[in-house]
Design a protein around this ligand. Structure first.
Ligand code: ZN
Length: 681
């Protein structure tokens, strides 16, 4: 049987035999030949019989499947209990124990009745869902100051949107007495309550007995307990030509996530990728913080905990790994210290792609996750979405998408009002202003894996992440002070309030050398210039650095007033070893670049060095000098905030790096640099 779909990617179809409720999944080859863009780890099961998803999402067998999965986790998984705080209950919960009446109950009331979270009397479920577009969100039933007291008596079920009703029913069916839903358990419109409750998100989701995730519901108006997947029926004939039943054919979408993560045809991936839940900003940390989740999808129900996940109708468990962060954030309970920096960068990359109705919500919706990290990191400080101990690397973010960038253009950059406009909710050096933030260029292009790393596998590479030890950059600043605004006097303060934070950095700075008439810089007219990624600059035909601006710079050079560049500062943040033992040969570097462009990775792979690393000689000043000569330098581009009369305050407008090849690098930068103290706002 041949089936052709006019679809860019490989497609899958479910064929369902009507009588025995099974369906055959197979892969349709894409005749356009675009498949070669796809990573090689392709679905494990091109032919497989699957049961037709039941219309009733919470039928008896599903309930039994979930209860068994939860019990197995309870009995066997110690790691799934670590974040469930035995002494914690949310401020308010919805009591669902009575069949016909639901009402709010104070966590303190439950606590005073005795017991602890190990007893069934303290169990609560948490809901992670999309409120939906504004018009739907208005339909949402909320607890406000006005109806708070009434909700402690009764929350009228008939005023609840379908999704909330389904969540209450599910909680009850799973034998859980209480449920936490943000719209009802936080007083909406009360900033004080909201700030306080937002500060406990990591505990609310971390301590929940289970988190309920309706992956297909676009808004509170769409319930999730009835399935009606679109399909068409085709007659099925036996080999003798006699009609014996029908096939249901259902299109199953495949997708490229983040351009380089291929989502398999497994129902778990399909259910995530085809729904809205995985794309929304708020659900990111709700999933990451949850000890365990039940996910209701179009194809099946799934259970996921810290150790594994299992899909309804399947007998095997799939181990959960941190490498899945790009698609689905799930944090292990503890992270080894040397993984914290790279894990946080993955979180930033993934999170900055999520959608928010209000962009400033992105700060609060990450605060719970930041607090969880803070508990891993001990005394480290959370500075506008980055960690103080790793600012020399984490400040080097770049954006892969300029739409919505606060600067947008060079002209806007020079607008004297711009620093204040940008700093409405976060300092200019925070990545929160940008979409699709990444650090990929630091790792993949400049510092590939070390040769002794044996943990490499194809899945990691294709998901764009690595659990390998990252060589890391060395901080080169001479002093760094992180300052909070005077009005930051609450404990929750800097986790949910980034406005007004400043960095006072003492370090080596250089005027952008364009200003030096005797050392003219020009844009290298080579292939890598015609992108918006990295520009290569040379002085007297000798390489100086690459730059990456925070604004859309394509074609601006001809229109720009070159004098403006004289006011730019280059601030040195860090240096890195040029050790790249697996550097490609010149031929393969070009090939890699072609691939990388297709996968959305920066064009900087073009300038990968092509000679083996310098021999490190034994001790002494000479070897130190040689070592410094071979170090790459990394830093920020800054622009004075005070206009012509500089007052020491600067805002971020881009990043730069300089490799030691062609006499660039740390040693060369130092020839232009002097020590200076700048305040980044
Ligand atoms: Zn578990």
């Amino acid at each position: 049987m041949g089936v052709h779909l006019a679809n860019r990617w490989k497609s899958r179809i479910h064929l369902t035999a009507g009588t025995n409720d099974t369906c055959l999944i197979f892969t349709v080859e894409d005749p356009s030949g675009d498949m070669n863009l796809l990573p090689t780890f392709y679905p494990e099961d091109p032919f497989k019989l699957r049961a037709v998803p039941p219309r009733d999402v919470l039928q008896a067998t599903t309930k039994a499947f979930l209860q068994q999965a939860i019990e197995r986790c309870d009995v066997n998984h110690e790691e799934c209990k670590l974040n469930r705080n035995a002494c914690f209950l949310p401020t308010r919960l919805i009591d669902v124990r009575e069949e016909n009446v639901v009402r709010l109950v104070a966590g303190s009331t439950i606590i005073s009745s005795g017991g602890d979270s190990s007893s069934s009397a303290w169990k609560y479920a948490a809901l992670s869902y999309c409120w939906g577009p504004k018009s739907h969100a208005e339909y949402q039933l909320k607890t406000t100051v006005d109806n708070l007291d009434a909700h402690f008596t009764e929350i009228p079920m008939d005023t609840m949107p379908p999704l909330l009703q389904d969540a209450i029913y599910t909680t009850r069916e799973l034998g859980v007495p209480f449920l936490w839903i943000d719209s009802l358990c936080i007083i909406q419109g009360d900033k004080q309550d909201w700030d306080r409750e937002a500060g406990t998100m990591h505990k609310v989701y971390g301590s929940a007995y289970i988190t309920i995730c309706p992956t297909q519901s676009k808004s509170c108006k769409s319930g999730f307990l009835r399935r009606d997947p679109p399909s068409i029926s085709l007659p099925y004939r036996s080999s003798s030509g006699k009609p014996v039943g029908t096939y249901n054919i259902r299109y199953h979408r495949s997708w490229i996530w983040k351009m380089y993560f291929y989502v398999s045809g497994h129902p778990f991936s399909q259910d995530l990728i085809s729904g809205s839940w995985i794309r929304r900003g708020w659900t990111f940390q709700e999933a990451a913080l949850s000890s365990r989740m039940v996910l209701f999808g179009a194809a099946a129900a799934h259970f996921q905990c810290q150790r594994s996940r299992v899909t309804e109708g399947e007998s095997f468990e799939t181990p959960v790994e941190i490498s899945e962060l790009a698609l689905f954030p799930l944090l292990p309970n503890t992270l080894a210290e040397d993984n914290l920096d790279s894990a946080w960068k993955h979180i930033v990359s993934s999170y900055s792609q999520r959608k928010f109705t209000q962009s400033e919500d992105a700060i609060v919706a990450l605060a719970g996750l930041a607090r969880r990290f803070h508990s891993f990191q001990g005394t480290d400080e959370y500075c506008s979405g980055m960690w103080l101990s790793h600012l020399h690397e984490q400040l080097l973010w770049r954006s892969a998408e300029y739409e919505g960038s606060p600067w947008a253009s060079w002209t806007q950059l020079l607008d004297p009002q711009m620093p204040e406009k940008v700093r409405v909710f976060a300092p200019s050096w925070s990545w929160i202003h940008q979409k699709k933030v990444e650090y990929q260029y630091l790792k993949d292009s400049l510092f590939p894996r070390r040769p002794d790393d044996s943990s490499s596998n194809s899945q990691e590479e294709h998901s764009g992440m690595s659990t390998a030890a990252f060589p890391g950059l060395t901080g080169e600043t001479l002093g760094l002070v992180w300052r909070l605004p005077d009005n930051d006097n609450t404990a929750a303060g800097h986790f949910i309030q980034w406005r007004g934070q400043e960095l006072e950095i003492t370090g080596l700075t250089a005027r952008f050398p364009l200003a030096n008439a005797d050392r003219p810089l020009h844009i290298d007219n080579s292939a890598e210039v015609n992108t918006n990624l990295f520009w290569k600059w040379t002085i007297s035909n000798q390489y100086f650095c690459h730059t990456n601006w925070d604004f859309l710079n394509f074609g601006y050079w001809d229109r720009a007033d070159k004098g403006d560049f004289q006011r730019l500062r280059m601030l040195l943040l860090s240096s890195g070893s040029g050790e790249r033992p697996d550097a490609p040969t010149p031929g393969s570097a070009t090939a890699d670049n072609n691939n990388s462009e297709a996968m959305g990775v920066g064009a900087c792979t073009l300038i990968l060095p092509t000679h083996p690393p310098a021999e490190i000689s034994s001790g002494g000043e000479e070897s130190q000098k040689a070592e410094q000569n071979d170090r790459a330098a990394f830093g920020l581009f800054l622009f004075p905030a005070g206009g012509e009369s500089e007052d020491g305050k600067f805002y971020r407008v881009g990043t730069w790096y300089s490799l030691s090849e062609g006499k660039g690098g740390l040693a060369n930068f130092k020839r232009y640099a002097t020590a200076e103290t700048l305040v980044l706002i």
